[in-house]
Design a protein around this ligand. Structure first.
Ligand SMILES: Nc1ncnc2c1ncn2[C@@H]1O[C@H](COP(=O)(O)OP(=O)(O)OP(=O)(O)O)[C@@H](O)[C@H]1O
Ligand SMILES: CC(C)(CO)[C@@H](O)C(=O)[O-]
Ligand code: BAL
Length: 277
């Protein structure tokens, strides 16, 4: 049975009655197969699964899509039911921020300033603030996040580590459409032409990741993106596993953010680099 609740009082009552481990999947709704994969992983792991649905105003910039972000709670609850989720917590803004805009927030540090953080000032501070609040409110023992938002996942891991938050953070690989496009709630903004052009992102990463040389990986990905005129690249970057400098050898990440029409999309893949001879 899946229960839907909207208040922190109901949430406090329900989690207090859970005898075992609690897993949480945090979302902004408009659920798709990527979210469902997180729910399935949570279901496999824990006896009690909570999905949160909250479009967090604090992580949106003034010119971003907070107002037009898709809100589809009824369909979201159906998806949660189909995945056997125990509790859907869909709070209002006042339930999460009863004192209004918080005066004390998370500082995402230097890692919050690069890549996504450079294009979306304040985004990661707002994201970490709500993640920390939702971890506290749900009393989660384990929380599942997608690798699609790789910088977000890395920062959440680091917040838990640096601030001694007693929760296990589990990363889940990106779920893709059959043609390779990373699933994202924002894909629904794409026109048919934009949808076709957006494939350049996953193609660039996939082809780039066939190389074991960093320069070759970047050059291949850059060319594929440049060949698609309606894709405006924000960044294409190759980093180490924790978004630091790529090591000479070992797992690395190739990440991209781009605008396709009016829609900003992100994607990333792991790749293995070989030490230069
Ligand atoms: N394709 C995907 N594969 C795996 N996890 C995903 C995927 N898309 C989103 N997630 C994860 O689901 C969680 C909630 O994400 P969110 O609700 O922002 O969805 P989204 O599709 O990423 O939306 P947006 O289009 O706003 O980026 C995050 O942990 C996110 O990384
Ligand atoms: C983790 C999250 C739910 C916090 O608002 C959001 O950033 C998201 O959906 O990835
Ligand atoms: N999917 C990450 C949350 C955001 O874009 O605001």
């Amino acid at each position: 049975m899946t229960y839907v609740i909207h208040t922190r009082a109901e949430l406090a009552r329900d989690v207090a009655a859970v005898p075992g481990e609690i897993a949480v999947v945090m979302t902004m709704g408009a659920l798709h197969e990527g979210h469902r994969r997180l729910m399935r992983e949570a279901r496999k792991r824990s006896a009690f699964v909570i999905v949160t649905v909250f479009v967090n105003p604090l992580q949106f910039g003034p010119n971003e899509d907070f107002d037009k972000y898709p809100r589809t709670l009824e369909a979201d609850v159906e998806a949660c039911r189909a995945e056997g989720v125990d509790l859907v917590f869909a709070p209002s803004r006042d339930e999460i921020y009863p004192a209004g805009v918080p005066s004390i927030t998370m500082n995402a540090g230097p890692l919050g300033e690069i890549l996504e953080g450079a294009s979306r000032p304040g985004h990661f501070s707002g994201m970490l603030t709500v993640v920390q609040k939702l971890l506290m409110l749900t009393r989660a023992d384990v929380a599942f996040f997608g690798e699609k938002d790789f910088q977000q996942l890395t920062l959440i891991r680091r917040m838990a580590r640096d601030l001694e938050i007693d929760v296990e953070i589990v990363g889940v690989p990106t779920v893709r459409e059959p043609d390779g496009l990373a699933m994202s709630s924002r894909n629904r903004y794409l026109s048919p032409d934009d949808r076709r052009a957006a494939l350049a992102l996953s193609r660039a990463l996939r082809e780039g990741a066939t190389h074991t040389d960093a320069e070759a990986a970047l050059a291949t990905a850059r060319k594929i993106l440049a060949d698609e005129p309606s894709v405006r690249v924000d960044y294409l970057a190759l980093t180490g596993p924790d978004l630091g400098e790529p090591g000479e050898e070992g797992p690395a990440r190739l990440l991209v953010a781009a605008r396709v029409g009016g829609t900003r999309l992100i994607d990333n893949v792991p790749l293995t680099l070989e030490r230069a001879a």
